[in-house]
Design a protein around this ligand. Structure first.
Ligand SMILES: NC(=O)c1ccc[n+]([C@@H]2O[C@H](COP(=O)([O-])OP(=O)(O)OC[C@H]3O[C@@H](n4cnc5c(N)ncnc54)[C@H](O)[C@@H]3O)[C@@H](O)[C@H]2O)c1
Ligand SMILES: N[C@H](CO)Cc1c[nH]c[nH+]1
Ligand SMILES: [Zn+2]
Length: 433
């Protein structure tokens, strides 16, 4: 893992040091994804099956998971795993319920009642990755808020395993959230199928969930074409930025870095510290722990585009972090809570030595579907409101229009919009008569 001293870098070297490996899909990826989307759009399930055979090396007959498969999934899990999923789901539900947006109403003038009401998005499509590792925790992170929002049709796609089945843990987690429409489809073909609909897969209004570079690019593209679907956010290859001081535990810090590096070769992990000895110790721990990982190859590739950065001060570390806007930010600091006020852009923050990012991935209660590639500057992680639309309502009485109508007339006149002015003025005349 490359080590740099921030103050010795010039401006362009600093940009280079924080460059993400998959900042943007390459032109080749964009073109390839566009072609795949068009194939699904034009030929529906036939194309989905062909692409599944090409990219997942499995020939599929039925794409939908049957009730029998769901029932078998539950019994395939150990009681301990079922309990862990149930326990995690409980905390995720509690935290998301508490944070739900509320409806409200107020009189903005006598006789003018303004309200915000909430409605669930009717048809939502959830993507649960399973390319290099099936992620049942992602099924919880998507399914729990979808259920709390009250979405009517919840569709879930996840790549099939080599034998054509769906991962039973993903299925159990999906069922735990009340998801009944599950399809064994992954990658671009899943996103295109949910965006445009096929004979098997229902068309959805909005798509949610993380995925690799192809999935993320496919989401971006379907959200930009007429007749496509809205999307939650860019939730691509995982990232973590750790800010650690001299008192941090190097083994903990290294483990946290590796926990994101093992997601994929295009993951990126950064350590920022004002203590050279801590950085040395973390580098040593990284090597030691890599030797114990089953996915060491993947993690090593991610570490190639990752950095150990020595900063002059912790304040400088926060300036760098805010500019980078990481998906996950770990503050391995003695007074982590006091530094929280310095965080301006991050998907999810982990305070102190006892809050590994892996807890947020699974079971602290927060959502792990988070903005990557710097999108944390303008969008937060998934929550119940992501699955709802807020509709505003106004109810106006005769007294109400008498009170605020002249204001509208004045503004409509200034804009030269006569019909607007008339729509109000006619009513004012009637009220005055
Ligand atoms: N940001 C977040 O909130 C978040 C959360 C969880 C996971 N993640 C990320 O999700 C990703 C999961 O990726 P994954 O690959 O394991 O699973 P995935 O399900 O996203 O992708 C697997 C699919 O990719 C498709 N694919 C593979 N090679 C292709 C090619 N050459 N052309 C077109 N399509 C191809 C296949 O159809 C396959 O089914 C990781 O990068 C992980 O870091 C992000
Ligand atoms: N760290 C991932 C989000 O970037 C989520 C995840 C799921 N399972 C393990 N980790
Ligand atoms: Zn993770």
């Amino acid at each position: 893992m490359k080590r740099v001293s921030w103050s010795s870098l010039d401006a362009s070297e600093r940009v280079q040091a924080l460059r993400r490996p998959a900042q943007q899909a390459s032109a080749d990826t964009r073109t390839a994804v566009a072609t795949l989307i068009e194939e699904v759009r034009a030929r529906g399930d036939v194309a989905v099956r062909e692409l599944t055979e090409r990219f997942d090396q499995v020939s599929m007959d039925a794409l939908a998971v049957t009730d029998a498969e769901c029932a078998a999934a539950a019994t395939a899990l150990t009681p301990a795993l079922r309990d862990a999923i149930d326990e995690a789901a409980g905390r995720i539900e509690a935290f998301h319920r508490e944070g739900m947006t509320r409806e409200y109403a107020m009189d903005t003038a006598p006789g003018v009642r303004c309200e915000r009401v909430l409605r669930p998005i009717a048809r939502v499509g959830l993507y649960v990755p399973a390319g290099s590792a099936p992620l049942p925790s992602t099924a919880l992170m998507l399914g729990v808020p979808a259920r709390l929002a009250g979405c009517r049709d919840v569709v879930l796609c996840t790549p099939p395993r080599p034998d054509g089945s769906a991962d039973p843990t993903v299925l159990y987690a999906a069922m735990r959230c009340g998801v009944r429409q599950v399809f064994k489809v992954g990658g671009v073909q899943a996103i295109a199928a949910m965006a445009f609909g096929t004979a098997s897969v229902p068309k959805c209004d909005k798509l949610f969930g993380p995925g690799n570079g192809y999935v993320t690019e496919a989401k971006r593209q379907v959200s930009m074409v007429e007749g496509g679907a809205a999307i939650d956010m860019p939730a691509g290859p995982s990232e973590v930025l750790v800010i650690a001081d001299a008192g941090a535990n190097p083994a903990f810090v290294a483990a946290d870095l590796l926990s994101q590096a093992e997601h994929g070769p295009d993951s990126q992990v950064l350590l920022l510290s004002d203590d050279a000895a801590l950085i040395d110790a973390v580098a040593e721990q990284l090597e030691r722990q890599l030797a114990m990982l089953s996915r060491a190859g993947v993690a090593r590739r991610a570490l190639e585009s990752s950095r150990l950065i020595q900063v002059d001060t912790l304040q400088q570390a926060f300036d760098i972090s805010n500019a980078y806007a990481p998906e996950h930010l770990i503050l391995a600091l003695r007074d982590a809570r006091a530094w929280l006020s310095q965080v301006e852009a991050a998907g999810s923050v982990f305070l102190g030595d006892w809050a590994p990012e892996a807890l947020g991935d699974y079971c602290s209660g927060t959502n792990h579907v988070l903005p990557t590639s710097g999108a944390a500057r303008y969008v937060g992680g998934l929550n119940v409101a992501s699955f709802q639309v807020a509709i505003t309502v106004q109810e106006v009485s005769r007294d109400g229009i008498a009170a605020i109508g002249p204001c509208a007339v004045e503004l409509a006149t200034a804009e030269g919009l006569d019909a607007h002015r008339l729509a109000v003025a006619l009513r004012l005349d009637e009220v005055a008569a």
